[in-house]
Design a protein. Sequence first.
Length: 188
Amino acid sequence: MSDADRGAVVFDLGINFHPTDTDEFQVTLSAAAGNGLNGIDPFSLAPYADDLEDDLKDINGGNRDYLLEAWYKRTFKFLDHMELAVTGGIIDSTGYIDDNAFANDETGQFMNDIFVNSTLANLPSYDIGGAAELEIADFSVRAVVMNSRNEEDNNYNYYALQLGYSPDTPLGQGNYRVYGFTTWMLNM
């Protein structure tokens, strides 16, 4: 464990552009020096959830470095309390599935992996895909389709669906959601 006392420096840059009220572009870049304690074997979850040096090179085996997200979103407003947003490009499924206003951002809320997203969910990040978000008053339906590659270099499609309910009560806003996901291996 010669690197047990090493640190990491991370620089994240997100550029978000809204040319109209219904169009949005996002590009997220990240650069890091060092891996901190994330490479030490006794930890089953990474002590630091943000992407570090080893995570940012050859992202998901796709010969891409430092570019995490690059997507376009179009929002269609149907009624006062009903809208549909469709997103496509290089996306992160955690922005749509298993969302939580208090624990979903590893750079602004919690640094430790255990507090960021559900440890039981398979949530791929930084691959080509699309998402659809339907909001009707306090109810939401979100769907994600992605093509990704796992640690064993297997190519697979990822499908997820989340149903949500966020009521405003005198005690504050609630957040209830149920989601499911499946994968389909494309090659073995």
